[in-house]
Design a protein around this ligand. Structure first.
Ligand SMILES: C[S@@+](CC[C@H](N)C(=O)[O-])C[C@H]1O[C@@H](n2cnc3c(N)ncnc32)[C@H](O)[C@@H]1O
Length: 373
C-alpha cells in the first residue's frame, strides 16, 4: 500500500527519519511531504506515532484530468461503495496547481458529487456531507492535469494532540514544534530549556519525545476508525503497545519558562492534560534573569518576531539582549533561535553555526544554531 504523509515545508527529512524509525518502507521525501509504503498497520501506526506529519494520505487512484467531465468520470469510476456506506458522512478537500481546472472549491464539489452519485446509484441513498468531522475525508490533488484521489486516514490534522487548552496569542503548531525539537538533535538526556515557552509547545513536544509518548495517544479518534474495513483488534493492540512503551521522564530534564505568568500557567495546564505536568520544571522569569540549570544542555526559543507580536524597535533591543544573555549566562550550551524575522535574527550578534529554512504557515523562518562555548 502506498501512502503520502504531509508536513510543513522544511521538515520533510525529519518526517522521513520518523517513518524509517517506524519501520515503513520505500521512504522518499518529496515537496511538503514524504512517500512511503507499508501495510494497513503501518498506516494506523503513522497516525498514532508521527510527530511531524500533518496528515497521512492513502492515494487510491491517479488519472489524467483535462476537464471537469474527466474529473467527474474519473472519481465516479472508483469503488466508493467499498470505501463508505450511505450512512457515513463525507468531506472533500482539493488542491490544484498548473491545471485547466483552477477553482479548488469547484473541484471539491465535483469530486463530492461524483462520490455521492456513485453511492446513491449503488444503494439508493445519498451520504451526507460533514465538513467539520466527516467519517471519510477525501483529498483530491490536481497537478498539471493529473488528478490523484487519496483517503485521509486520520481525517483531521495530526497536530491536534489533545493537550492544548485555551490558545495563547501565538502558539507554535505542535507538528512544527516537534520538528524543531528533532532538528536540535537533543540527546534526551541533557537538560532542555525553552526560556520563552508561551503555551509550552516546545517543552511539551520534547517531553513527549523523551517519554516515548505516541503523538496521537491522548486523542486517538481518527477517521479510519469509522471506515467499513476498520480492524478494531489491530488498533486496540497498537494503543496498548503505545501505553506500555512509555518511558518515565527523569526530574530536571525539561524546563519551560516565560516572563508572562498567564502563559506559564497555561503551559502547565497543557502539560497536566498531557499527563506530564509534574515532569516539566516550569518557572516565571525574564530570560535575562533565568539561571542555567546545568553547565551544558540544549536551549531553544521562539521569541516574538513582529509578524504577530511586539513592535520593531523593542524587538531589535530584545534580540540584542538575547545574544548578550546567551554569552553571559549560557556558556557551554547549544542554543537555537526560531524566528520569522531575519533582520531581527542578525541582532543576536553571534555567528550562527547552522541556519535551517522552515515555514511557519506562509512565513519563511529560520532555525539558527549558536554554539556557546
Ligand atoms: C512567540 S511566543 C512563544 C510561543 C511558544 N513557542 C508556544 O508555542 O506557545 C514568544 C514568548 O516569548 C515570551 N517573552 C517575550 N519576552 C520575554 C522575556 N524577556 N523573557 C521571557 N519570555 C519572554 C512571551 O511572553 C511569549 O510567550
Amino acid at each position: 500500500m502506498k501512502f503520502f504523509a504531509t508536513t510543513t515545508k522544511g521538515l520533510e527529512d525529519v518526517l522521513a527519519a520518523e517513518l524509517t524509525a517506524l519501520g515503513t518502507r520505500d521512504v522518499v521525501p518529496g515537496n511538503g511531504g514524504v512517500n512511503f509504503s507499508g501495510t494497513f498497520k503501518d498506516g494506523y501506526k503513522a497516525c498514532l506515532w508521527l510527530r511531524t506529519a500533518n496528515r497521512v494520505l492513502q492515494p487510491i487512484a491517479s488519472f489524467p484530468c483535462p476537464s471537469e467531465e474527466a474529473l467527474y468520470e474519473g472519481v465516479y469510476a472508483l469503488n466508493w461503495d467499498e470505501l463508505m456506506t450511505s450512512q457515513m458522512t463525507l468531506a472533500v478537500g482539493a488542491k490544484l496547481r498548473d491545471s485547466v481546472i483552477t477553482h479548488s472549491h469547484f473541484a471539491a464539489l465535483k469530486t463530492k458529487d461524483a462520490i455521492v452519485d456513485k453511492i446513491r446509484d449503488r444503494t439508493g441513498q445519498r451520504p451526507n456531507v460533514d465538513a467539520k468531522d466527516p467519517d471519510l475525508r477525501v483529498n483530491m490533488h490536481l497537478a498539471r492535469n493529473q488528478c490523484t484521489i487519496s483517503l485521509d486516514l486520520a481525517g483531521t490534522g495530526l497536530h491536534k494532540r489533545g493537550y492544548r487548552r485555551d490558545p495563547t496569542v501565538a502558539p507554535l503548531k505542535e507538528t512544527l514544534a516537534a520538528g524543531l525539537v528533532a532538528l536540535t538533535g537533543w540527546n534526551q538526556t541533557s537538560p532542555f530549556v525553552d526560556p520563552m515557552c508561551g503555551s509550552g509547545s516546545l517543552p511539551l513536544e520534547a517531553a513527549q519525545l523523551a517519554g516515548n509518548h505516541a503523538a496521537g495517544l491522548l486523542s486517538p479518534d481518527f477517521g479510519f476508525q469509522r471506515w467499513p474495513d476498520f480492524n478494531a483488534a489491530l488498533w486496540k493492540n497498537l494503543l496498548e503497545e503505545a501505553e506500555t512503551t512509555k518511558r518515565e521522564l527523569p526530574a530536571n530534564l525539561i524546563f519551560g519558562s516565560d516572563r508572562d505568568k498567564r502563559s506559564v500557567d497555561l503551559a502547565r495546564r497543557n502539560a497536566d492534560s498531557a499527563g506530564i505536568g509534574a515532569k516539566i520544571r516550569w518557572s516565571y522569569s525574564d530570560f535575562a534573569k533565568l539561571e542555567a540549570p546545568a553547565s551544558q544542555g540544549t536551549l531553544i526559543c521562539n521569541p516574538p518576531y513582529g509578524e504577530r507580536l511586539g513592535n520593531e524597535e523593542e524587538l531589535t533591543a530584545f534580540y540584542r539582549k538575547i545574544g548578550d544573555t546567551f554569552k553571559q549566562n549560557w556558556k557551554g550550551w547549544t542554543a537555537w533561535v526560531f524566528t520569522g524575522n531575519l533582520a531581527l535574527a542578525k541582532q543576536v550578534g553571534l555567528k550562527a553555526s547552522r541556519r535551517i529554512v522552515l515555514y511557519n504557515g506562509p512565513i519563511e523562518c529560520r532555525l539558527l544554531k549558536y554554539d556557546l562555548y
